[in-house]
Design a protein around this ligand. Structure first.
Ligand SMILES: Nc1nc2c(c(=O)[nH]1)N[C@H]1C(S)=C(S)[C@@H](COP(=O)(O)OP(=O)(O)OC[C@H]3O[C@@H](n4cnc5c(=O)[nH]c(N)nc54)[C@H](O)[C@@H]3O)O[C@H]1N2
Ligand SMILES: Nc1nc2c(c(=O)[nH]1)N[C@H]1C(S)=C(S)[C@@H](COP(=O)(O)OP(=O)(O)OC[C@H]3O[C@@H](n4cnc5c(=O)[nH]c(N)nc54)[C@H](O)[C@@H]3O)O[C@H]1N2
Ligand code: SF4
Ligand SMILES: [Mo]
Length: 686
């Protein structure tokens, strides 16, 4: 047995270095964590057993052509040459009929490796195909953060051990960023740091909190405004800091004078005491670190919520202290020259950018979603499973099933999206290809070589795209390079160590100097933090966004017909839909389950394990109920993006989620969904 190094590619903030056991028969054994600072040798259980994914019996090993109806999942093997010729032919005929924008390459972060994730987009730029606005995950949080801070970085999470107060706001790191849990535990043990968790239900992270604020989803800005009210009222702000770094402080002070804890209590469902306690604790602690998660951004008012919360460390001047400030994403820490990798040397073609979260509306031909351009008649989908993960999935399926649409899906396993494909192409996993990795939860740059040969005839994204480019007759230097050469060129252009050196050392810490990470040199907007954002500079759909932080009531509020608010956070055993195919993750995750408050359950006569239906005008989804007092009244939570067949009625959770774009620049409101509940045991409807 040999042990070789690699990097976990999944869409997870941690981008862990991994040591992969390669058994004598060439198969993958256990994976172990590499001892990088920050991850400290810890990896999650699902990746430790990655062999289960790599050698899964349902792994796609040859190109496949559909022989049954779209969605039925019946395919016959074909050769790579046949597959590549057919895609080339279909893309060319789509383009000659309706123009190049009839082709829509669609991709996301199934792998976060820069070479493989960027492959689809290199081809798109070269061919002038329709672009994609990447709204499925971070666009709302990014908008909220950029509105005030103006730069895509923040506190290095390793600083948490110097914090006296840690606020986990709309995140569940016990499931989604496990390394924070160790850092938090250390801060509590060595400094007696306090932990506050702000989440509508009692997650494993919230269970560890000194104070858990179980607020109503989408009410975070109200809470933040009331905290600011108390900070100003009780003289807990840092006047010198505000004079230097705050833009619009006087207007903010005047504005939040009416945003009292009592006002916020009515909106958030929290008690005024809890709000006062949190505000005073926050105001009394200079070394306070807020981890702003994505959960608070997945509402129609999410950008406003996140901006409101990001104002707090400016009021207290926490940013000026070690272990103080806030962190959202660290993706801007890496000074990489990505011109070759992202084909930036090809000028962006004058094409429409289609909103990936609205794929259903786009494929069913809704004119506003199509941006009044030609219908989409050909797609290549790489590293994403939109038939399951995108909102309004019934419409996505209808679109994918369209007779006039040609779809090629490049995948590792037979996902629900792949089942709709005309051609399915086998993709390598990270242990079978090379890549260069940044991260959004830490500052280490890493590189990986393949540790085993490709399974079956699987090929990497970069290989597939380069092959297509040659057949389509388009050239770019990247299409003639292998992965390693492309990585070398990127590192050279960035004045970084060469690829072999980086590989031998395994990681390069790109942490920003303290003054930059803490914005001592100034925030992104001319040195100042903006309390009154210029939303128009952030996204086109800015009308109606409040001038100053405020509760913006544009969420799907509960009403007489839909008295419950559904949130759909991740499962610790899956990574989005990846691992839903592995038996161990499925067993550990159990079954799709709705957490509902015991009082709500009692009112509806719902007992533990009952089958209930959650519904709205978009459809109905059957799940088992689990009453608990660890969730806000009127809220239901269903964890995990399970495939359809895991649900009692065969209909998945994203059927219920709306795909209307979130202001100011699009995004999917996965935790903002009003539903009714029907108890199928008693036939009761609420
Ligand atoms: N209800 C609900 N829905 C959600 C969310 C939620 O919280 N609730 N979260 C949303 C968020 S934040 C996100 S980011 C999206 C994620 O949604 P997806 O991007 O669809 O999810 P992943 O499982 O990360 O990756 C998709 C696929 O990429 C494939 N893949 C991995 N590596 C490679 C590769 O190298 N090449 C190719 N060709 N394929 C590869 C995997 O096999 C997997 O099937 O889901 C969104 N949907
Ligand atoms: N194990 C595992 N890890 C993952 C993933 C996974 O699927 N599984 N997905 C990865 C991806 S793609 C991403 S983007 C990240 C996301 O990771 P996080 O940043 O943790 O974001 P979410 O998981 O969307 O939501 C986190 C928490 O926000 C809460 N929440 C929901 N609505 C609100 C609200 O209105 N206000 C507040 N304050 N809280 C709210 C939810 O209950 C949930 O507990 O995780 C990554 N890591
Ligand atoms: S999924 Fe996240 S925690 Fe697990 S190994 Fe990958 S990067 Fe690390
Ligand atoms: Mo995500």
């Amino acid at each position: 047995m040999r042990t070789l190094s690699s990097v976990c590619p999944h869409d997870c903030p941690s981008a862990c270095p991994v040591d992969v056991d390669v058994l004598d028969d060439g198969r993958i054994g256990r994976l172990h964590g590499g001892k990088m600072p920050y991850t400290e040798g810890v990896i999650c259980a699902k990746v430790a057993r990655y062999g289960e994914r790599v050698h899964h019996p349902d792994r796609i090993t040859t190109p496949l052509r559909r022989i049954g109806d779209k969605g039925a999942g019946r395919f016959a093997p074909i050769s790579w040459d046949e597959a590549l010729d057919e895609i080339t032919h279909r893309f060319q005929s789509a383009a000659s009929k309706d123009g190049a924008q009839a082709v829509w390459p669609y991709f996301y972060a199934g792998t976060m490796g820069l070479v493989q994730m960027g492959a689809t987009n290199r081809l798109r730029r070269a061919m002038g195909y329709s672009g994609q606005s990447k709204t499925i995950c971070s666009s709302i949080a990014g908008a909220g953060w950029m509105a005030g801070v103006g730069a895509k970085w923040g506190i290095d999470p390793r600083e948490m051990v110097q914090s006296d107060l840690i606020v986990i706001w709309g995140a569940n790191p016990a499931a989604t960023q496990v390394h924070l849990m160790g850092l938090m535990a250390q801060a509590r043990k060595t400094r007696g740091a306090k932990l506050v968790v702000i989440d509508p239900y009692r997650t494993p992270t919230a269970e560890k909190a000194d104070l858990h604020l179980m607020l109503r989803p989408g009410s975070d800005a109200a809470l933040a405004c009331a905290v600011m009210h108390v900070l100003f009222r009780d003289g807990l702000t840092d006047a010198d800091y505000l004079a230097r770094y705050g833009d619009g402080t006087d207007a903010l002070r005047a504005h939040v004078a009416s945003r009292t804890p009592a006002w916020a209590a009515a909106i958030t469902g929290l008690t005024t005491t809890a709000i006062e306690d949190f505000a005073r604790l926050y105001g009394a602690t200079k070394r306070s670190l807020i981890r702003l998660g994505y959960g608070m951004s997945r509402s129609r008012n999410g950008a406003v919520n996140l901006h409101a919360a990001s104002c707090l460390p400016v009021l207290t001047g926490a940013w000026a202290h070690a272990g103080g400030g806030a962190t959202q994403s660290l993706s801007g820490s890496f000074a990489l020259d990505r011109s070759l990798m992202d084909a930036l040397d090809i000028p962006e073609p004058p094409v429409r950018q289609l909103d990936m979260s609205r794929i259903g509306a786009i494929l069913t031909g809704e004119a506003d979603a199509l941006r009044h351009g030609p219908p989409v008649t050909a797609m290549l989908i790489q590293g994403c499973n939109p038939a399951t993960v995108a909102p309004e999935t019934a419409k996505v399926r209808r679109g994918l099933a369209g007779d006039d649409l040609f779809v090629a899906v490049h995948e590792q396993v037979m996902t629900q999206t792949a089942r709709f494909a005309d051609l399915v192409l086998p993709a390598t996993t990270f242990v079978e290809h090379a890549d260069l990795y940044t991260a959004y939860g830490h500052t280490f740059l890493q590189v990986a070589k393949p540790v085993i040969a490709p399974i079956g005839e699987s090929r990497s994204n970069h290989w597939l795209v380069s092959q297509l480019a040659h057949r389509l007759g388009v050239s770019h230097p990247s299409f003639s390079m292998d992965e390693w050469t492309l990585i070398e060129a990127c590192l050279r252009a960035s004045n970084l160590p060469d690829a072999e050196t980086l590989h031998a050392r395994r990681w390069l810490d790109c942490a920003l100097p303290f003054a930059q990470a803490h914005f001592i040199d100034g925030f992104g907007h001319g040195g100042k933090f903006r309390f009154a954002p210029d939303w128009s500079a952030i996204g086109p759909d800015h009308a109606g966004l409040p001038a100053l932080p405020d509760h913006l009531d544009i969420v799907e509020n509960a009403d007489a017909v839909h008295p419950f608010r559904l949130i759909t956070p991740p499962s610790r055993h899956f990574l989005n839909t990846s691992f839903t195919e592995t038996a161990t993750s499925r067993r550990l995750a159990g079954r799709p389950t709705a957490l509902i408050h015991t009082a709500d359950a009692a009112r509806l006569g719902i007992a533990d394990g009952d089958c209930i239906v959650l519904g709205n005008r978009r459809g109905g989804v059957s799940v088992h109920a689990h009453p608990t007092d660890g969730i806000a009244i009127g809220v239901v939570a269903v964890e995990g993006i399970w495939p359809d067949e895991a649900f009692i009625g065969g209909i998945g959770i994203n059927t219920l989620i709306g795909a209307d774009p979130v202001p100011p620049n699009g995004g999917a409101a996965f935790h903002d969904c009003a539903v009714w509940i029907k108890n199928t045991a008693s036939g009761e409807s609420a």
